[in-house]
Design a protein around this ligand. Sequence first.
Ligand SMILES: [Zn+2]
Length: 334
Amino acid sequence: MSFSNLTGNERSRHVLQRLLDRGRIGGTMIFAGPEGVGKRQFALMFAKSANCLKPGPAGVFANDCCDQCSNCRRIDSATFGDVTTIQPDGQFIKIAQTRAIAEDVYYRPREGRQKFYIIDRAEALREEAANSLLKTLEEPPPTSTIILITSRPDSLLQTIRSRSQRLNFTPLTIPQMEKFLNQHYPRPAEDNALLARITEGRIGQATAFDLSVYRQQRKSLIEILDLIASGDNRYRLIKAAEYLGKKERDEFEKDLELLARLMRDMLLLASGAQPDAIVNLDAADRLQPLAIKIGLDRLIIWIEKFNQLRSNLRVNINRQIATEAAFLHLAGKV
Ligand SMILES: [Zn+2]
């Protein structure tokens, strides 16, 4: 990946390109923004452009990496000696890890022009470890660049924040994301449209997302909603609640989130909203008639009751009983 073939976060791209143009790439930076919006990708592209053997103009960028030379390829495969990525060892980034940076940072680059230390999940820096880095962060040599990647920039020590240049990263808009996916991940446009909506423009999540699992799960949840709408089969309703309630907590919460999204989509479909607003547009042929079957008024009540259920379930230990009670209630059985 290079600067010119990435989409979104224009401001950050231009800031990084300006630094490359001026040759002022040493120092400490914070890349802040939610998970999955491309912060790591940007850090690697910056490191590649600074070390590329054939950097050159591409698109509007004067100093983009070639993405082909041995340095670019080795940075991509994490085998380049001058680009080091540090991740939490367990829950935290430990002092031994930060000491290793503090010692290494003053040596000249071994194989490239600029050394990079990319500290992933920098919010996991404990105070002691962070303190051991302060001097390094304050004044890294010009041939070293330290990038702190974090979704919680406010949790970093104020002394670190004040010494770093901060770049903010945001999710792509849905049309930007669709365009990007269609260019780089050839699959049916309908699939990319769905992925862009489900992940709300977070590239990192979209690339690892399994759509077939999602569609399978969506199918069973739509059947459950249909069953509740019919309200005539108590036994099957209890079975459905059992099926959901038995899942691991994470999986269960994902299902609740998807159920909430399906109800919201049905409400939008039933009230004639713009197709752009509907996440599961590819399932409209199933959701539209179901929305009519449930009816707009009842759907609004369902969404309200369902929100209550979600907050109850966060504290309720017996998921199965709570789900069963909610389903029977929504179906008008109790
Ligand atoms: Zn290159």
